[in-house]
Write a protein that binds this ligand. Structure first.
Ligand code: MG
Length: 230
């Protein structure tokens, strides 16, 4: 039987530096107004809802906003890729992430995929830059639904189709860094592991009552044991 690991990206597998610069540039290019992602708490949210919250906080009304996501996605990918190439923005794999993905990928028991609020093209840019893209099956993204709780089921279905197997919900584990990752897991009757490498401390995450909370992903052997037994 397969177990499906659904990894969040930002704060779980990767960390970006100065990611706000290309994000804000894409807002300006797409919507014609300034908006600053630093004015909201984006962690665990999806890109469309992050942008909507930025505009809401700034009392900015965008006409026909839903017609503009495709353009935003393409602008964001270009702005982010340019910022990475020029060295103004960086994306790194978090400690232990590559080792863990490599280890779980080698055993034949686990399939690894993604549940992320990033728009899909951006998820790819970040994972490729961090050297993690090849370990992960296509999952679900902020471009599939602005509601994070919709995403685990979409990722599960895509993985089942691509692997040609059926994976029970009891074998699906969401791995994220925010209470929103846990909420999305619970809405889908999936298990959840939270990692304190994002905005939230280990103490804060422990209050959320996930199956397990970890300081980071560095203890590959212990995490593997947990992933097999929870
Ligand atoms: Mg995250």
């Amino acid at each position: 039987m397969k177990r499906l690991l659904l990894f969040d990206i930002d704060g779980t597998l990767t960390r970006s530096q100065n990611g706000h610069v290309p994000f804000n540039q894409a807002i300006l290019e797409t919507f014609g107004v300034s908006g600053d992602i630093r004015s909201v708490i984006p962690d665990g949210n999806t890109d469309p809802l992050i942008v909507a919250e930025i505009f809401s906080k700034g009392n900015i009304l965008i006409q026909d906003i839903d017609d503009k996501w495709q353009q935003f996605s393409s602008n964001l990918r270009r702005c982010y890729s340019q910022a990475i190439s020029s060295g103004n923005t960086a994306v790194h794999a978090l400690p232990g992430a590559a080792d863990l993905l490599q280890t779980v990928g080698a055993g034949g028991i686990f399939a690894s995929s993604v549940v992320s609020g990033n728009l899909e093209p951006m998820a790819r840019v970040k994972l490729e830059t961090a050297g993690l893209y090849s370990y992960l099956c296509r999952g679900a993204y902020g471009s599939d639904s602005p509601r994070r709780a919709d995403l685990p089921a979409i990722a599960k279905r895509r993985c089942e189709e691509s692997l040609g197997v059926s994976i029970p919900l009891s074998e699906c584990i969401v791995i994220g860094d925010t209470p929103r990752d846990l909420e999305a897991a619970r809405c889908n009757h999936m298990k959840c592991i939270l990692v304190a490498t994002g905005r939230y401390s280990l103490e804060e995450l422990l209050n959320c009552q996930a199956e397990l909370c970890l300081p980071d992903l560095t203890d590959t052997a212990a995490i593997l044991k947990t992933l097999l037994n929870i």
